[in-house]
Design a protein around this ligand. Structure first.
Ligand code: DX5
Ligand code: ZN
Length: 221
């Protein structure tokens, strides 16, 4: 499975958004990770569709929208129109059947669909969604803020999901750097969201290269 590195836009210098997105692309980013926060599902508010559109107009690589919001189903069209290529929703915002409907709606717009689990939820919670998703997101911090410490007790969860879904993209998000990426890759993750350790590194290209290399040591077939 290919190793993909997804810098989190939250950590960029937002007053120079366009230049920062081009810098990420030049530094070897595979995906741009856009954290949408509504101040309800998480205690922070980040940015919305016009911002994602500005990202789209600045860079050519895929954009993943991580919806840390209630009611993401209301905004699938807006996300598509803004230029998102994938949408991740948290599974605890609605009953299972509603989440599955939302995943279908995302796929119907031609985008990749993913489900995220906050730290307190077990690996088993992903199972009902496996037939409908392109990716599972295992949060390795409490969602809401960049720059937090990686929770290493999430590693068994990654391993359990990998055992249940050998071909699924498994993304990790929160506190990822060269060391924690290796731990996650060893457990079975292959998509790495990196905020602080990418945009705020002294050399972003080198940082991405190092994170990719440390994950590749454990790349699964
Ligand atoms: C946290 C967000 C993350 C965050 C990661 O709620 O989902 O994407 O920006 O930032 P770092 O890599 O700094 O932990
Ligand atoms: Zn995120």
């Amino acid at each position: 499975m290919s190793i993909l590195i997804a810098p989190s836009i939250l950590a960029c210098d937002m007053k120079r958004l366009g230049e920062e997105m081009r810098r990420a692309e030049r530094a070897g980013a595979d995906i741009l990770h856009a954290d949408v926060m509504d101040g309800v599902y998480v205690p922070n508010i980040s940015f919305g569709f016009d911002f994602i559109k500005a990202v789209r107009e600045s860079a050519g690589i895929p954009i993943d929208a991580h919806m840390m919001t209630v009611c993401p189903e209301k905004y699938i069209k807006e996300l598509k129109n803004a230029g998102a290529d994938g949408v991740t929703v948290h599974h605890d915002i609605a009953p299972k059947e509603e989440i599955i409907k939302t995943l279908w709606a995302i796929k119907n717009e031609g985008m990749r669909a993913a489900v995220a689990l906050r730290p307190k939820f077990p690996a088993e919670d992903i199972e009902p969604f496996l037939p409908y998703i392109d990716m599972a997101l295992v949060m390795t911090v409490e969602p809401g803020f960049g720059g937090q410490k990686f929770m290493d007790d999430m590693l068994p969860k990654i391993a359990k999901i990998r055992a249940a879904a050998p071909k699924l993209d498994i993304q990790v998000d929160g506190g990822i750097n060269e060391e924690t990426a290796a731990l996650c890759a060893e457990a079975g993750a292959n998509v790495f969201v990196v905020g602080t350790a990418s945009f705020r590194a002294s050399d972003m290209k080198n940082a991405i290269k190092k994170i990719r290399q440390s994950a590749e040591k454990y790349e699964v077939e």
